[in-house]
Design a binder for this molecule. Sequence first.
Ligand SMILES: [Zn+2]
Length: 223
Amino acid sequence: MTKIFLDPGHGGNDTGAVGNGLLEKDITLFIALEMSRLLQNEYEGVSVQLSRTNDETVSLDERTDRANRWGADLYVAIHVNAGGGTGYEDYIYNRLDDDSPTARIRNAIHEEVVNATGFRDRGKKKANFHVLRETTMPAVLTENGFIDREEDARRLNDTRFLRMVARGHVNGLERALGLQKKRKTALTRVIVDGTQVGAFAERKNVLRHLGKAERIVLEQVEE
Ligand SMILES: [Zn+2]
């Protein structure tokens, strides 16, 4: 099981950056929830926790403590930039080497987000941020566009674009962690006394049909 901790930046009393009528805390939450949905729907053996799932105040210590206690394999903090600029950049802890496992994970996320979004590539960076320093597992912090730049904000105001941002992150995680996609639909056929009486995506639903039968054959098929 690969345990991925998603940390949508800010929340509650802390709006994060503000610009063009947008709040950073709303954008980061949308991206993180979409990432969580994609990871759990599409991949095998992935467990996801979030630092918050709604608009609540969570301290930096709480965020990293929660991930450390859970024993996450990877920590991904999602943010939006401000202060003059445009495009995408990401961070790992400043004491890490460029060939460290964390750097390799970051590089995959970096390429895939730039690919998926067409954001201007502002580079792969390092910093002494709390969430990068106080986590006991590889940690990456992404800065997705500039909220105070009109052209970036216009894109960040579109949920279809935010889904592309999430998809980019997930594609990076798939590559970096070797995540396996779920198989399409595995159906379990129920054959009672030689006659098929049903086919179920969930094996537990088969149990309802077991009562009356004399001879039951369960056969796993791919669709
Ligand atoms: Zn932020």
